[in-house]
Design a protein around this ligand. Structure first.
Ligand SMILES: NC(=O)c1ccc[n+]([C@@H]2O[C@H](COP(=O)([O-])OP(=O)(O)OC[C@H]3O[C@@H](n4cnc5c(N)ncnc54)[C@H](O)[C@@H]3O)[C@@H](O)[C@H]2O)c1
Length: 258
């Protein structure tokens, strides 16, 4: 393969990508990575100010990005999202990254905990996917990237409700991949280990003993930064992964290897 064709494999110039949870952390990394590969990116988040700041920073770096303040759990916002995308062009990449986490002990966890986490992490991802699936199926091409977690494949002590939703993301993705594969739509999960973001930061750095214990379990001996996920987003959004669907790509520094 020539140098030029390997560059082309990851090039997504001319495509429109929708990234939820894009104001910060992993979602911002996804938006930045896809824009860097040439996509126009519609950045979606419920946090208006942070979203505006992140979007402006990417624009200042020459990226084609637009911000839309919207919640993935709000029907009116979902309609606005569909309209905002339709006003541009057909969507070929969707990254469902909007998510919330709550620490819950099994004996005190409530149905409200489960419901709150389910609504954003699972129902929100399904709803956003559904907005763009018909058009992806019609055009015969699409990439759905759902953001899972270690909890998509292994147990997470004291985070049962969260892990339940992330396990559901795996089942949702593999079922979706089976159903829409014949139409050229691919669906995969990116499952990060501990990433140093607003969500995980207080936990991974909060107590020195815990930090050391966690690092001891990670063969690469460090937590991920959001940028550690860039390559995976570029890969799964591009033609380089066109024969890959229904997979869970763990990016965990080796956590699940031992
Ligand atoms: N940080 C980690 O260690 C880690 C590990 C595994 C998986 N993840 C997953 O990665 C994703 C991003 O997490 P992060 O660490 O960047 O956290 P984060 O809290 O920094 O980012 C989450 C983003 O989602 C947005 N969001 C939440 N609810 C929303 C809604 N209803 N509508 C639209 N946007 C909404 C938030 O405003 C925020 O910008 C989540 O799905 C999370 O479960 C994170």
């Amino acid at each position: 393969m020539s140098d030029d064709s390997s560059k082309c494999l990851f090039d997504i110039t001319g495509s429109l990508a929708v990234v939820t949870g894009a104001a910060r952390g992993v979602g911002l990394a996804a938006a930045s990575a896809l824009a860097q590969q040439g996509a126009s990116v519609l950045m979606v988040d419920v946090l208006g100010e942070e979203l505006k700041t992140s979007c402006s920073a990417l624009r200042a770096a020459g990226r084609k990005v637009t911000a839309l303040q919207a919640s993935v759990t709000d029907n009116g916002d979902l309609t606005r999202l569909a309209e905002a995308a339709a006003a541009r062009q057909a969507v070929s990449v969707v990254v469902n990254c909007a998510g919330i986490m709550r620490r819950t002990d099994i004996d005190t966890m409530t149905s409200q905990d489960l419901q709150d986490l389910w609504e954003v992490n699972v129902a929100g991802s399904v709803a956003v996917t559904q907005l763009f699936l018909p058009q992806m199926m019609e055009q015969g091409y699409g990439k759905i990237i759902n953001v899972g977690s270690l909890g998509s494949v292994i147990g997470l002590e004291r985070r049962t409700a969260y892990a339940t939703t992330k396990g559901a993301i795996t089942q949702y993705t593999v079922s979706l991949a089976s159903e829409v594969g014949p139409y050229g739509v691919r669906a995969n999960v990116i499952a990060p280990g501990y990433v140093d973001t607003d969500m995980a930061g207080p936990y991974i750095w909060g107590e020195r003993d815990r930090t050391e214990r966690l690092l001891e379990r990670i063969p690469l001996r460090r937590f991920a930064t959001p940028a550690d996920l860039d390559g995976a987003f570029m890969f799964l959004a591009s033609a380089a992964s066109d024969y890959i669907t229904g997979q869970v790509l763990l990016i965990d520094g080796g956590w699940t290897a031992n």
